[in-house]
Ligand binder design. Structure first.
Ligand SMILES: [Zn+2]
Length: 996
């Protein structure tokens, strides 16, 4: 899957899962939820009696051949009959465990699914149901009279067990095993079949299950429906998302990644639709239902052995384009409008070469005969790598054909690269269990970088990795965090915990682990070890230790690269611990130490856990020359070669190219020498290192490892800094919400302004020239393009006259002809400044533009609403927020307008008053989450208990007791944070006063 997105609040089936997990009695609550959220939630049936299963009279004496019952799908829609009371609970047994008992191994699934989707009968309110049947061939490994498999939210009509099967012929059934009872363990999402006889080890059996379920409409889980407009008409499509554990909501199965099997998939669909699945189409036939309606039955070739989470299907009336790459067809499917408009062309041109690039790199051909890629109008998961049928949200795949910007292209390219990378890491070789999901996600993420570099060799590789992967995860990660990239635990008490593993650590930190390995093993060795790993575990499963073993084999076969210990020892120290180390070098003594990175370190904390160490590869540079790799494998070591004298002009930096996953600190002399060099000749220090110095210094100062003054000293030379990425990093750290959350803070604002205005001229001139002439000239350097925005925003925030003029100019031109868009990278800032400097005329113009555009939903939410919130007129902001709670239907359902208004300097006060005066209407519109927004907004400037009491007193009228307690706790936390910021800001102000 592509990385999780933090935006958007939806009521997921997680709510239902949680409730369903409690007790059968809570089914009532689910019914209430189902009523509230329509097709978002499903109801898991409690114990069911499956008609016929106890009808032993129909079972022939052992071994006697009998014709199998005829399957009548229509009948499956009849309601199942519950036979036990609602307070019935299963006794304790294997169904209480989160892992399936190893009694049966699935070998093959014959799966037929029939969603009742008609193109002429689409509706946002009517739910779509599906029926299905599956025959699962299993091998019995332990004698058992009880059969467990996963099933959730499915209703059953048929459950039979046949066998033992004659050897060598899957279909030669010799008898029927009586099924005495069928029931469901809701907490663990199992279906349990109590059998009337014992299954024999070494024998194969077939499970015949007939079931029905509901197609989801507002979340992309299991089998789900998209309703969308194409060629001016409402249309519907059905697609799937099985990862991690939703296959069990579509068909009963052994839903664990190591239980790989082959699949024959059949889809029954309206003749007006096309059906797609993992494999190419095998044939088509017709079926007529009880009402006389004709349906098309599409069958597909048998898949290779694969886990259930990769099963995929789609039913749609999309158009497609296709190419052949090395003899295999690649088709990209999208709305007819989008295909006609050329929106799939970029992806079409890129996908084939990505496949070839990775085939050559891993020296293993892509396993399937074809690839389909489908652009779904609404897909919560961004993108998913299903083998042979990749699903993408439109925003992750489609591009306007005239969109020349590298930024957009790199973004789409990276998502395609990630999902294609999974065809090897994940699909061909799958992790044995979810605790090693980083083997899929971390490696697929890391190879995005290689592909970006292949397509755009001029882009700075180290900087791209720094901003795309390292930057965000280093800001989040710390030693107290309980999780790690990997865990040794292979059991999870809650199925929901599996979904939580798809987080920034799995993706970003996983990619960082891969890059660090790549750096100390050398690229050739890294790739050849991966080749051998992929080859060995093709169509099978692997754990982290298997990967380490293949790296170790590669190391042992040569003698150029020497490691201080085994690859496993080195990497276990990184993947099984949360956080990362801070490496501190004393350049006078050459003593290097490591300690865990804590958020807001205190002395005590460091002493308590000091025995946690990492085995750290240190690439380093001395006075402009790269040095041989050294290893820090204890808490403290001496490196005499790293000593610097006070007199000469030497300097030294650790973690060259930032390939290591750690932060670096120096003693006073070490920092002083770096400062001296920056002021003398900044370019002697590579740009990536200047970026790293700023990033490390501010992060370390914020968390009490060094003084804030040490970080600020690094900014003195900025007038000479012409690398916009370094500027970006400085500005992100200097001008952020912590520092400027309160414009009343006169202590810092004028000083910061004066300090930066003295230094920003040169970089501003570069930026403004670019903006005035042609932003697209930066096309090949999309990172710089992104940084232009930050410099533009800062220059205007500082009140630089030229910047304000330029903003007005851009907005005026755009108003005169909105067809000519403001260049994308500066659009947000130009629109914001245009509104801030303008009058109600400009505001109304932007608002009507917002209401009338329909094309890019992203643009509507992410650019225009923040821009409208930039007004400095309180009445305009008030009117804006009033639209939200009074206009029907609400035109702003994509984002929270009040939050956007509160983010601006003037808006924070206006939004606070508005919220307090209109709370009932706001909470009705935005639901329970609006309490968080309320706290965030009203608490922004609290610094005393009295202020908190006043707020709570006021909120007393609108919040219930439970909410009040929660709000009080949050406000106290914000107060503590604000007070801490105040102290930090006071020290910054003092430093600025001395240095301005
Ligand atoms: Zn992924």
């Amino acid at each position: 899957m592509s990385p999780p997105s933090s935006s958007g609040i939806y009521v997921s089936r997680g709510v239902a899962l949680l409730l369903a997990g409690l007790t059968v009695a809570l089914l009532l609550a689910l019914v209430v939820l189902a009523a509230l959220y329509g097709n978002c939630t499903l109801v898991q049936p409690s114990e069911q009696h499956i008609p016929g299963v106890k009808d032993t009279a129909s079972t022939p004496p052992g071994g006697q051949e009998q014709a199998r019952p005829t399957w009548t799908p229509e009948a499956a829609l009849e309601p199942a009959v519950a036979t036990t009371s609602q307070d019935w609970r299963p006794p304790s047994g294997p169904w209480n465990h989160s892992r399936l008992p190893p009694w049966l191994v699935p070998l093959h699934y014959d799966l037929e699914l029939w969603p009742r989707l008609w193109p002429d009968n689409l509706s946002y309110t009517e739910s779509v149901t599906f029926t299905g049947r599956v025959n699962i061939t299993v091998l019995c490994t332990v004698a058992t009279s009880r059969l467990l498999l996963h099933s959730f939210f499915l209703t059953y009509k048929q459950a039979e067990v046949w066998g033992p099967l004659a050897l060598g012929t899957r279909n030669a059934t010799v008898g029927r095993v009586p099924v005495d009872n069928v029931w469901f363990a809701l907490d663990t999402q199992y279906m349990v079949l109590d059998l009337g006889q014992v299954l024999q080890p070494g024998s194969r059996y077939e499970l015949h299950l007939g079931f029905s379920g509901q197609v989801l409409q507002c979340v992309s889980e299991g089998l789900f429906l998209n309703l969308y407009t194409d060629q001016g008409k409402l249309r519907g499509l059905i697609a799937t998302q099985m990862e991690p554990t939703f296959a069990r909501t579509v068909f009963p199965c052994f839903d664990e990644p190591a239980l790989k099997a082959t699949f024959n998939i059949t889809i029954i669909h309206h003749p007006g639709y096309k059906a797609l699945s993992n494999m190419p189409q095998l044939g088509q036939s017709e079926r007529i239902d009880v009402n006389g309606s004709r349906w098309t039955v599409t069958t597909f070739h048998t898949t290779p052995r694969m886990p259930t989470y990769l099963v995929a299907l789609a039913i749609c009336d999309f158009d497609h384009v296709s190419r052949t790459e090395r003899g295999k067809e690649i088709r990209i499917w999208a709305r007819k409008d989008a295909v006609a408009n050329g929106n799939v062309d970029f992806a079409m041109n890129a996908t084939g070469p990505i496949f070839s690039f990775l085939e050559d790199l891993f020296n293993i051909s892509y396993s399937l005969p074809k690839t389909d890629i489908i652009a779904l109008p609404y897909f919560d998961n961004g993108a998913m790598e299903n083998w042979g049928l990749l699903t993408f949200d439109e925003s992750s795949l489609l591009l306007e054909p005239d969109d020349e910007l590298t930024e957009e292209r790199v973004r789409v390219l990276a998502v395609i690269a990630h999902e294609v990378g999974h065809q090897w890491f994940g699909n061909l070789v799958t992790m044995s269990w979810w605790n090693n999901i980083w083997l899929n996600e971390g490696l697929a993420s890391y190879f995005e970088l290689g592909i970006i570099n292949y397509f755009y060799p001029k882009l700075p590789k180290n900087e791209i990795f720094f901003f795309n992967f390292l930057h965000d995860v280093l800001r989040e990660d710390h030693f107290q965090r309980s999780g790690a990239v990997s865990t040794k635990v292979e059991n999870f008490t809650e199925t929901n915990e599996i979904k939580e593993l798809f987080n920034i650590y799995t993706y970003n930190k996983g990619a960082c682990m891969a890059r660090m390995l790549d750096s100390f093993l050398s690229q050739d060795l890294f790739i050849s070890a991966l080749q051998s790993y992929l080859e060995t575990f093709s169509y099978a499963n692997a754990a982290q230790d298997d990967l380490w073993r293949h790296f170790q084999m590669a190391i042992d076969e040569q003698n150029i690269i020497q490691l201080p210990t085994t690859v496993k020892n080195i990497m276990d120290s990184w993947t099984y611990q949360g956080g990362f180390p801070v490496i501190t070098l004393n350049v006078s003594t050459g003593v290097m130490k490591q300690e865990p990175f804590y958020l807001e370190k205190t002395e005590n904390r460091t002493l308590v856990s000091h025995n946690n160490t990492w085995i750290v590869p240190i690439f380093w540079m001395k006075t402009g020359t790269t040095q041989p790799l050294v290893w820090l494998d204890r808490s403290s070591m001496v490196f005499p070669e790293m000593q610097l004298s006070d007199s000469d002009s030497d300097w030294l930096t650790l973690n060259f190219n930032v390939t290591g996953y750690y932060r670096v600190n120096y003693d006073e002399l070490g920092w002083k020498k770096l400062n001296q060099q920056l002021e003398k000749d900044p370019k002697a220090i590579p740009a990536i290192t200047r970026l790293q110095l700023v990033s490390d210094a501010f992060a370390l100062s914020k968390n009490n490892y060094i003084e804030i003054e040490t970080a600020l000293d690094l900014t003195k030379y900025l007038a000479e800094e012409d690398e916009i990425l370094v500027w970006f990093e400085v500005l992100v750290n200097l001008i952020n919400r912590d520092v400027i959350s309160d414009v009343n803070n006169y202590a810092i604002y004028p000083l910061l302004k004066k300090y930066l205005l003295k230094r920003i001229n040169s970089i501003w001139n570069t930026c403004s020239t670019l903006i005035r002439k042609n932003v697209a000239a930066l096309q090949d350097d999309y990172l710089a393009l992104l940084s232009v925005e930050k410099v533009f925003e800062t220059a205007c925030w500082l009140g630089l006259e030229d910047c304000l003029q330029l903003s007005k100019e851009l907005f005026r031109k755009w108003m005169a002809d909105p067809e000519i868009a403001i260049p994308h990278p500066i659009q947000r800032v130009a629109l914001c400044n245009g509104i801030a400097l303008g009058t109600v005329k400009e505001w109304d113009f932007l608002f009507s533009f917002y209401i009338n555009i329909t094309k890019e939903k992203e643009e509507r939410g992410s650019r225009l609403i923040p821009a409208m919130s930039c007004s400095k007129e309180p009445w305009i902001l008030n009117r804006f927020m009033e639209y939200v709670v009074t206009v029907n239907p609400n035109p702003f359902n994509e984002t929270n307008v009040i939050e956007a208004v509160a983010a601006s300097e003037v808006g924070q006060y206006v939004a606070k008053d508005f919220l307090l005066n209109n709370w009932p209407a706001v909470s009705e519109r935005y639901g329970p989450e609006s309490v968080d927004v309320l706290v965030w907004i009203v608490g922004r400037t609290v610094s005393t208990d009295l202020q908190i009491m006043e707020l709570l007193c006021f909120l007393g009228n609108v919040l219930d007791e439970h909410q009040k307690i929660a709000v009080h706790t949050k406000l106290q936390a914000i107060k503590t944070e604000n007070l801490k910021n105040k102290k930090r800001i006071a020290r910054m102000a003092e430093w600025l006063w001395k240095n301005t």
